[in-house]
Write a protein that binds this ligand. Structure first.
Ligand code: NAD
Length: 320
């Protein structure tokens, strides 16, 4: 039986499944999810070979962490069988990347997750804070959490790609282990690709989140709060309709596109039902047998998305 590929995550020694479970939907970020469905989704994911689960105290104002904690506990497997990342610095109340807040944050997250440690603690959406504070205060505080055994590896996340070079150029080598970029390696926006050689030179593992561009590349379309322009939304919708007319599903194409780049260790997909988990795992397993037909459809979809290629949306505060 085919199994999901495991990929090395930078220099961490972690081997993550190429498809990771994004748990923001468990915080009802994309609509209500019953707790039983959430738990069943995590169970299904784990048993289909997904070993990496990502959450944050921000998702659903801590709900995602709590539900993921229950779901992981109910797996009833040894702790080293799964990899968990959560985040710090972004909360319902706002952003706070101070050493005091992130140090308190990990204890709160561990309690909700019912874990003794997380594998990765990310500074969440750092473009909304002072990047100098992240370099000089937050990351050193996270190093102490690493020494205390609460965190195995440190990451940074955010939308503008420039945040990664800003931080990685200023921290001591090895103090940031991974980066999590989102919406920049999907069919409509592949701008992360140009940054990969730099990230590899810095020795950081690369996680690519949101292969469906947070719902833009799905038949159902994005949620109300999606920050894309109306033009971007309507062109993505046209691409989804084109795929449907050809008897194909744009989400399958989008996931297969993101997974093809093996320099990216993990593609994090937000999932909220057993059906979605099964569909996404089978899309990942089908890649090698589907290369030619994927290529043909990709070219057509690429042509539709051409006018909005690599267009994003503003995120964060002005930095000095
Ligand atoms: P995504 O692009 O993965 O899309 C998620 C949406 O697609 C959800 O509505 C989900 O229900 C739906 N979906 C999943 N499988 C589907 C399928 N087969 N067919 C149709 N629809 C399907 O966006 P995301 O959830 O925002 O990103 C994935 C994960 O990455 C998040 O859950 C989170 O863990 C992480 N993430 C982190 C950051 C950050 O740190 N700043 C930002 C974005 C995402």
């Amino acid at each position: 039986m085919a199994v999901l590929e495991l990929r090395e995550l930078g220099h961490t020694g972690l081997k993550v499944s190429c498809v990771g479970f994004g748990a923001s939907p468990l915080g009802n970020v994309f609509g209500h999810v019953a707790e039983s469905d959430a738990i069943a989704s995590v169970y299904e994911a784990f048993h289909l070979g997904i070993n990496f689960f990502d959450t944050s105290p921000f998702y659903g104002a801590t709900l995602s962490e709590s539900v993921l904690g229950k779901a992981l506990q109910s797996l009833n497997v040894p702790r080293d069988q799964f990899i968990v990342s959560t985040k710090c610095g972004r909360y319902l109340e706002g952003f706070d990347f101070s050493a005091e807040r992130v140090t308190r944050s990990i204890d709160e997250s561990l309690a909700r997750l019912k874990l003794d440690y997380v594998d990765i603690l990310h500074c969440h959406d750092i473009e909304f804070g002072s990047l100098d504070q992240v370099v000089n205060e937050t990351i050193p505080a996270l190093q102490k959490l690493k020494e205390a055994g609460k965190v195995r590896f440190i990451g940074i996340t955010g939308l503008p790609l420039s945040i990664f070079t800003y931080v990685l150029d200023r921290v001591a080598p090895g103090s940031v282990d991974v980066i999590l970029s989102y919406c920049h390696y999907c069919i409509n926006d592949s701008s992360l690709e140009d940054l990969i050689p730099y990230l590899k030179s810095k020795g950081v593992g690369i996680i690519n989140a949101s292969p469906f561009a947070m719902g833009l590349l799905t038949e159902g379309g994005p949620p109300e709060w999606h920050p894309a322009s109306l033009e971007l939304k309507s062109v993505c919708k046209a691409a989804a309709v084109h795929c449907k007319e050809k008897g194909k599903n744009i989400s399958k194409l989008a996931l297969q596109y993101s997974l093809r780049n093996k320099e990216i260790s993990c593609v994090l997909v937000g999932m909220n039902s057993v059906g979605q988990v099964k569909e996404n795992v089978s899309s990942a397993l089908e890649i090698s047998s589907a290369e030619k037909s994927v290529d043909d459809l990709l070219q057509e979809v690429d042509a539709i998305l051409g006018p909005v290629k690599n267009r994003s949306w503003p995120s964060g505060i002005p930095q000095n």
